[in-house]
Design a protein around this ligand. Sequence first.
Ligand SMILES: Nc1ncnc2c1ncn2[C@@H]1O[C@H](COP(=O)(O)OP(=O)(O)OP(=O)(O)O)[C@@H](O)[C@H]1O
Length: 285
Amino acid sequence: MSEAVNNSVLKMENITMQFGGVVAINNLSLEVNQGEIVALIGPNGAGKTTAFNCITGVYEPTNGMVYFHGKPIVVNHPQGKMIKQYGGINGDLYKDKKPVVHTPDKITHMGIARTFQNIRLFKSQTAFENVLIGTHLRRTSNMLTATFRINAKEEKANREKAYRLLEIVGLADVANELATSLPYGKQRRLEIARALATDPTLLLLDEPAAGMNPQETDELGEFIVDIKNRFNLTVFMIEHHMNLVMDISDRIYVLDFGKQIAEGTPEEIQKNPVVIAAYLGVDEE
Ligand SMILES: Nc1ncnc2c1ncn2[C@@H]1O[C@H](COP(=O)(O)OP(=O)(O)OP(=O)(O)O)[C@@H](O)[C@H]1O
């Protein structure tokens, strides 16, 4: 195997996601390598969150493959009525392959953790409990045994881990407060702590700076780089705050109307006339 293949953490290959007649993603191929911070940008409705949903098992893409650490975790091709309706490219490429689909919890268990554009914390749980729930995804036991026959040693380790994660993200002092009572910026950090509790190798962040002011956004950038290094992560991030994207990304992919229109370093993307026309010319803030 070549070094490039060994370094590959995430690879999307010819992914098309079609909702009825709407082609939300059209033949998207991209790769995220070990230790990189890669951003996925594009105007509203370009297909960014749909791409995350195709990786994490929320959607079953109409066509294409997703590899995680070189292993196929998603395989599909147009089937049934989609054969006639298919509006993407390369619809025949995988027709001889057996489809592979995993549920979101299985994908999380494999090592892909995610935060959401609209924060999705457990509202009636404390900050500590939210992170503790994240550690439970690593359990070998099922929901019932987890509830009724908790392994005391494992639970103690989980509680210590949850508390340590809260310390790392700077939330130890609010461990016992209800998640939803926390200010917005802290809720975003808490969601990241919960994601880290699942021991990911790949962290998907969907608009982590949404709703943050410029100072909070700067701090978030440092925080993302810090946790990436500390936990030896690879980060794939959707973000509209261009300063954050340009500051911390190693590479950037640009989507427009479901298609990749550019890929490059922050310097290259900032100078790319196609990107400027499609996206950077639009004032998102
Ligand atoms: N479940 C769905 N059913 C039908 N259409 C959908 C579904 N999910 C997404 N779409 C459509 O797919 C397209 C891409 O949406 P998506 O949310 O991925 O864009 P986005 O780039 O993440 O946008 P934003 O920056 O506003 O979050 C849109 O036209 C959207 O309406």
